[in-house]
Design a protein around this ligand. Structure first.
Ligand code: NOJ
Ligand code: CA
Length: 504
């Protein structure tokens, strides 16, 4: 038996933009609860909620002011418990986003820490003397701006580290009290019955004890992507001990934002660290068969030898949506087939199944300090002027919001939504697709061709990366095609941009 998270399809919810029920234009937990029927119908197995904790929202809840409560805009603990129970009732699972690297400046720990150098919480964070008056301790650069990763605190005359915004001070995981306190935050949610965690920028927890400058030639990059330290492995084992102490095999998927697939793979340890790690290299590959052949091989090489199970991601709340990147509905559909048939755990981001593009914002409308608003636009639920939101939503809808709304696409057997649902259903019924072996098949250069195999069950997937019609010698019983006029047989003619799944 595979662990559940190897078979699961995970659906990321960005609560603020999912569904609003109290008319303030901001999505909430009740909105998720009300839409569980949709998610169950769609056929996903596990929901990942981006942070729902109380937060001043400098980075939309990735600046946590309290790890053991719910942001009032979203609801409260009681409502959370109801949501979790209902998710379980419907046979799905739910994981939370755990933000262990930094808190909000409004977290009581930080308020204590900055109050004096001798406060017991001082060492919960990373404080250093400047390299000189007005000069930060080292050259580390924070995310999203070419600015120091340090902010000077005049009242105690020291600098604190923040790999992200000055409103997000980094915790000091070298301090055993921090480890204990953060382990407790995991227990708090595990006691309530959550099925695991997505662990935010988990590679940042171990810091260079010497605070060495980053190499000058790499200083255009933020310290976030440069920060790997071997000490992380010990920390991950400690976190795992807490999580795996619970029944039901709670899952740990880490965001390891290092641009280095072999290094990311080490975060699985020997099966004693992360269960899964995000792997963002494929997300930014150009849509070309040879580029994907190469990246799939790279993932296989780096994972297989340590029995590490890959993850596949085309969209999330930090990146432009794939529909905006590929600019072709046919290609987006083909990419979905790829995502759901490669060997590994696929992650979907809300609205991906609708083929949503990024919202287009004017200069004055950009709110996110990391400029990621476009992908975070509200979900259009129907074709009414407010698209199923009780009032104006907190930000603009994506383009073609009526045509791409849930209500419209649900009624259209040719829609992106119907396509996603069909492939998800096929996947659910196929051990080969969920956990079977992977092998390449020789085909036309413009086509990515591979098989998923479980004993007698052999599925062949053909993805035509070109805008040309391509003749192939592959034959088999057609189980699925993205080609709208191509549903009742496969004779070797691949349409432009078409993806097919054959039983052979
Ligand atoms: C990664 C999250 O995905 C991103 O949205 C957030 O801004 C940073 N971590 C900081 O927590
Ligand atoms: Ca609301």
């Amino acid at each position: 038996m595979q662990p559940w998270w190897r078979d699961a399809v995970i659906y990321q919810i960005y609560p603020r933009s999912f569904a609003d029920t109290n008319g303030d234009g901001i999505g909430d937990l009740q909105g998720i609860l009300d839409r569980l029927e949709y998610l169950e119908w769609l056929g996903v197995d596990c929901l990942w909620l981006t942070p729902i904790y109380p937060s001043p929202m400098a980075d939309f809840s990735y600046d946590v002011a309290n790890y053991t409560d719910v942001e009032p805009l979203f609801g409260d603990l009681q409502l959370f418990d109801r949501l979790l129970a209902e998710v379980h009732e419907r046979g799905m699972r739910l994981i939370l986003d755990w933000v262990p690297n930094h808190t909000s400046i409004k977290h009581p720990w930080f308020e204590q820490a900055r109050s004096s150098r001798t406060n017991p919480y001082r060492d919960f964070y990373v404080w250093r003397d400047g390299a000189g008056p007005g000069i930060p301790p080292n050259n580390w650069v924070r995310a999203w701006a070419n600015e120091p990763a340090w902010t000077y605190d005049a009242s105690t005359d020291q600098w604190y580290l923040h790999c992200f915004l000055p409103e997000q001070p980094d915790l000091n995981w070298a301090n055993p009290a921090v480890r204990a306190a953060m382990h407790d935050t995991l227990r708090f949610w595990l006691d309530r019955g959550v099925d695991g965690f997505r662990m935010d920028v988990i590679h940042l927890l171990a810091k260079d004890p010497n605070f060495t400058d980053d190499p000058e030639d790499l200083k255009v990059l933020s310290h976030v992507v440069l920060n790997h330290q071997d000490g992380i492995h010990e920390l991950l084992k400690g976190i795992r001990n807490v999580v795996k102490d619970y029944e039901g095999d709670p899952m740990m998927v880490g965001e390891v934002y290092l641009i280095d697939a072999p290094l990311v793979a080490t975060y699985y340890g020997d099966g004693d660290e992360l269960d899964l790690a995000f792997n963002f290299e494929p997300m930014f590959r150009p849509w070309r068969a040879e580029a994907w052949r190469e990246i799939v091989n790279r993932v296989i090489e780096n994972h297989d030898h340590r029995d590490a199970w890959p993850t596949w991601v085309l969209n999330n709340h930090d990146a432009p949506r794939i529909a905006s990147r590929l600019r072709s509905a046919e290609r987006v559909a083909a990419a979905a087939v790829l995502l759901l048939t490669l060997r590994g755990t696929p992650f979907l981001f809300q609205g991906e199944e609708l083929g949503l593009e990024n919202a287009v914002l004017g200069d004055g409308e950009v709110i996110d300090p990391g400029f990621r608003d476009g992908a975070r636009a509200p979900i259009p639920w129907d074709a009414t002027p407010t698209h199923g939101w009780t009032s104006a939503a907190w930000m603009a809808f994506p383009p073609d919001a009526s045509d791409k709304s849930v209500a419209v696409e649900r009624n259209d057997p040719q829609s992106m939504l119907s396509m996603y649902r069909a492939v998800l259903e096929l996947r659910k019924g196929s051990v080969a697709l969920k956990s079977g072996d992977f092998r390449w098949v020789t085909s036309d250069d413009r086509v990515l061709a591979y098989e998923r195999v479980n004993g007698q069950e052999v599925l062949r997937i053909l993805i035509n990366f070109s805008h040309d019609a391509v003749e192939v010698s592959d034959r088999g019983h057609l189980l699925f095609s993205t080609g709208r006029d191509h549903r009742d047989g496969f004779d070797g003619h691949l349409r432009p941009d078409e993806a097919v799944i054959l039983a052979v």
